[in-house]
Each structure stands twice: as structure tokens, then as C-alpha cells.
Design a protein around this ligand. Sequence first.
Ligand code: ADP
Ligand code: MG
Length: 321
Amino acid sequence: MMNKRGMVTTVQTRIRTEPFSNNYDLVGRELGRGKFAVVKKCVEKATGKEHAAKFQRKRRKGQDCRGDILNEISVLELAKDNPYVAGLHEVYETHSEIILVLECAAGGEIFNQCVADNDDAFTEQDVIRLTHQILTGVAFLHNNNVVHLDLKPQNLLLTSTQPLGDIRIVDFGLSRRIDAHMEVREILGTPEYVAPEILNFEPISTATDMWSIGVLTYVMLTGESPFLGEDKQETFLNITQGVVDYSQEVFEGVSALAVNFIQTLLCLSPEDRASAEEGLNHPWLNGHASLTHTPLATLPSLDEPETSQSESEPESPSPSP
Ligand code: ADP
Ligand code: MG
């Protein structure tokens, strides 16, 4: 059942009412916190397995938010077989809060490597692999008519950092169902990563997530946030004007294909943006990774890949820029 704002509040998971502490021990420091949630590492007593427990109050600012949390649970259920979305193990409810027991992404937020100096920062090769995983997860959501609407480094986690592991998408608190008969118009998300249509109060679509992935890829490759201004106002203005610095200076040592990939996403008009499937087919993510640092003009013909990746299809990649 879907309500007017694209939220689904019917869930399959059994909501447990026995005390969480009967079945889990909290261990170590907290894993992170967001606007409303605190996330702590825990060990399931019966299995000894580690998980992440996300504690959320049902009332926020005097408003009942139980429906929002159920919506989050329903998206996690939908994506349970997708490897790049953090798995949901169990749900507990007390009089004041709901606790989601999630797969623990021990490597933490990709945010840390985005702001890191050279030694800890991602290489382009890392970013190619991680972007492919993010797009695979997001394509799954979009194929199921779900938009995430809060894709940013704090909500993209890693299974490990050394060696660099795999992506786990978390935080479906703002996610919505979209279908042809419904227009979602809401002001949502974090300024830096928010798409122009949200600021202009135009309908939200799967393209809204694609904008955020464009910003994200820019940040992962350069360590700089393309639209960040001195304050919220200036950031919003930068976004709605859509001016992006693609200069050599910012993209030093980054391939021209990577820049082209970002350009297919940071388009002001949602219709012009590449979809998740189109992104997955972009040559940057398809076997030309070894050509990092090579200017585009000197690349061999894109329809003759010299190396085939482990899971690549037999047919030649379709260039989509
Ligand atoms: P909020 O909705 O309040 O933003 P999130 O779901 O984003 O809550 O969780 C807040 C933070 O907790 C995340 O940014 C991340 O650092 C950490 N976190 C969330 N889920 C997990 C998880 N499954 N494994 C490890 N850390 C997590
Ligand atoms: Mg979050």
C-alpha cells in the first residue's frame, strides 16, 4: 500500500517487542550518527555475529515518524537480495523507538576517503569499481520504482577499508516509490548533493539520484565538492545555475573519460541525464580503466576494448556519452 507521498508502510518483517538487549550485546563505540539515528555495533548472542543497530525515535520534533521508519524497512526488504544494499536482519520496537538490526559495514563511510589526503584518498581505479557498485545498487532500486533521494558519502559505506572492500548503500529514510501516476515534490536531502529540480520544486524522478551520483563521483575523484558555497544560499544558487568547474587544475591526473562520465550526470534538465543503466554502460566503467591519465584524444577506438574484464559481456561496450 502506497500513500500520497510515495511511502510504503506495510512491512513483511516481524517487528519484535521483546527487549533488544535479550538478544544482542552492544560493543565498541558508535558506528555513526545522522540527523535522527544513532548506529551502534552489536553482537547477536545466539550466533556471535556482528551487526549494526540503528536506533530511531518514533517521535521527532513532536511528529509521529513511525510511518517513515516502516517505509525505510519496506525498501530494505525490497532490496534484500541486492549485494550493494546493506541487509536487514531484524527489527525491534519499544514504546519510544524502532531499532533496525542491519548488516554491519565495517569500513565506514566513503566520506573519510573523500576528504583524505593522497595516501588515504581513492585512486581512479578504486572510484571506477565503487561507482560501478553504486550504480548497480541504484539501478536495482530504479528498476523497482524506488528513488533513494539521499545519496551522499555519509550514506555509502564500505565493507572494509584495508584492503578496500565493497559498497553498501544505507539510509533509506528519504526513499520514495515513484510511479507514472504520481508526482513527488518535496524539499529533501542535503544541500551539496541535492538536484536542481528539488530546489525548483519540480517532480522528483530516478534522475534526481543520478545528479547526486554525479556530485559524488566528482567528490571521490577530486576531493572537491562541485557546488559547495560559503552558505546554503550560495550552494543552492550554484546548483540551480549548474556551472561546474571541469578544469585541468581540479581534475589533475584524472582521465578524460571520468570527466565525460560526470558530465553525463550533472545536467540541469533531468531528461538529459544518463540513467543508471546508461551509466553502467559508459566506457569509463567498461574496460578502459587501464587508460587512466591518458587524454581522451589519444585513446584507441572505444569499440575495440583491449582487455576484457572478468564479468564483461562478449559484445562490445556501447558508448553512450
Ligand atoms: P540517518 O538517517 O540519521 O542519516 P543513517 O542510516 O545514515 O542514519 O546512519 C547514520 C550513520 O551511521 C551513517 O552515516 C553511518 O556512518 C553509520 N551506519 C549506518 N548504517 C550502518 C551499517 N549498516 N554499518 C555500519 N555503519 C552504519
Ligand atoms: Mg544518513
